[in-house]
Design a protein around this ligand. Structure first.
Ligand SMILES: Cc1cc2nc3c(=O)[nH]c(=O)nc-3n(C[C@H](O)[C@H](O)[C@H](O)COP(=O)(O)O)c2cc1C
Length: 333
């Protein structure tokens, strides 16, 4: 068996290095470069709920302008004018099909949205187009005074349940860390049909430009300090919820991948590091991970996976509390 072999949602990957959804995974050309450099799977850039809605609205508008009735617009046989129109989803499915044809690594499609509606149809189309798995990125800032924490969580689990009822694909759910009881919530995602959880979405943080008094929406790539929160929660989750774990956020080095594996992640997803350093970094990371395993006399990554999770600790909360006290006390020591 290959030393870096990693199991993720029933797939055997040649290493834990997976390209996360980003511009690097949106075209066949860049996906081929990632494969060439040694990536073990890719998550395609997402198909966004907003783009699909816009296409749908545009189609209705065109029919309205042409005086074609809504009943016809909604019928399963599209009128000729719509048959010619290529939607964002059509393009997405074509890219997926070409990736499946040309790549030998697994291709995980990604749907990105926040509302309850519409996921099933897109998931079914993605399954039909041949994806190996599906990642649902439910990117939602809970900013509605009238929506309780329970209702937010219910929306998430309901999305997963509906998609699970529609497709047989291995299903991952990408979430943020901002839930009051993440372990309990992730167990609910699992019960709803998720095979893996991808932790965590980085919420993009707009800044304020004091010169112009505008909101500055410039994207900030991660650095390895972003990884620490993910390490903590993977260590806590690993032996409490029987679900595969992918870490996304702050994986920039072989050390990061090794730490992620020690706390129990099945795979690590890479984005910022690929955007900053290009696909060649993958070859370097695979090589450095193997070198570390050899130097530390591990036969495989599997051998150390999860060995630094909270497996023998029945009360991670109190352990975290005493770590917190120790950290504070360590100042000035
Ligand atoms: C330019 C850019 C585009 C992204 N597009 C997507 C996307 O389409 N879908 C998605 O789920 N995540 C998307 N992400 C988030 C990444 O997949 C990843 O989860 C995040 O950047 C954290 O990983 P990192 O620290 O390795 O960058 C994007 C990130 C960046 C920087």
């Amino acid at each position: 068996m290959n030393k870096l072999s990693s199991q993720y949602m029933g797939m055997t990957l040649k290493s834990p290095l997976v390209a996360s959804a980003s511009p690097m995974t949106s075209t066949l050309k860049s996906a081929l470069e990632l494969e060439e450099a040694g990536i073990s799977a890719i998550v395609m850039r997402s198909l966004f709920e907003e783009h699909c809605k816009k296409d749908h609205e545009m189609a209705h508008q065109m029919l309205h302008d042409q005086d074609i009735g809504h009943a016809e617009a909604n019928s399963s046989i599209a009128p000729p004018i719509l048959q010619k129109l290529k939607t964002t989803e059509d393009h997405y499915l074509e890219t997926l099909q070409s990736m499946k044809k040309e790549l030998s690594i697994p291709v995980i499609a990604s749907l990105n949205g926040a509302s309850l509606e519409g996921w099933e149809e897109h998931a079914a189309n993605i399954q039909q187009a041949g994806a190996d798995a599906l990642e649902l990125n439910i990117y939602s800032i809970a900013a509605n005074l009238k929506e309780s924490a329970d209702q937010v969580e219910h929306r998430y689990t309901e999305i997963v349940r509906r998609v699970r009822e529609t497709v047989d694909l291995p299903l991952a759910v990408k979430i943020s860390s901002q839930f009051s009881s993440p372990v309990h919530f992730i167990e609910k995602l699992k019960m709803a049909g998720a095979d893996a959880v991808v932790i965590f979405n980085r919420f993009y943080q707009p800044d304020i430009n004091l010169q112009t008094l505008d909101v500055d929406n410039k994207i900030q790539l991660s650095d390895s300090s972003d990884l620490l929160e993910r390490l903590r929660w993977t260590a806590i989750l690993k032996h409490q919820v029987a679900i595969d774990i992918a870490i996304t956020g702050g994986v920039h080095s072989a050390e990061g991948v090794l730490k992620a594996s020690l706390v129990g992640s099945n795979i690590t997803q890479l984005c910022s590091v690929l955007l900053l350093r290009g696909p060649d970094i993958i070859t370097e990371l695979n090589h450095d991970i193997e070198r570390w395993l050899d130097a530390n006399e591990y036969e495989s990554l599997e051998q150390l996976r999860g060995s630094m999770s909270y497996s023998n600790n029945s009360d991670p909360s109190s352990n975290e509390r005493s770590n917190y006290m120790d950290m504070l006390d360590s100042w000035g020591r």
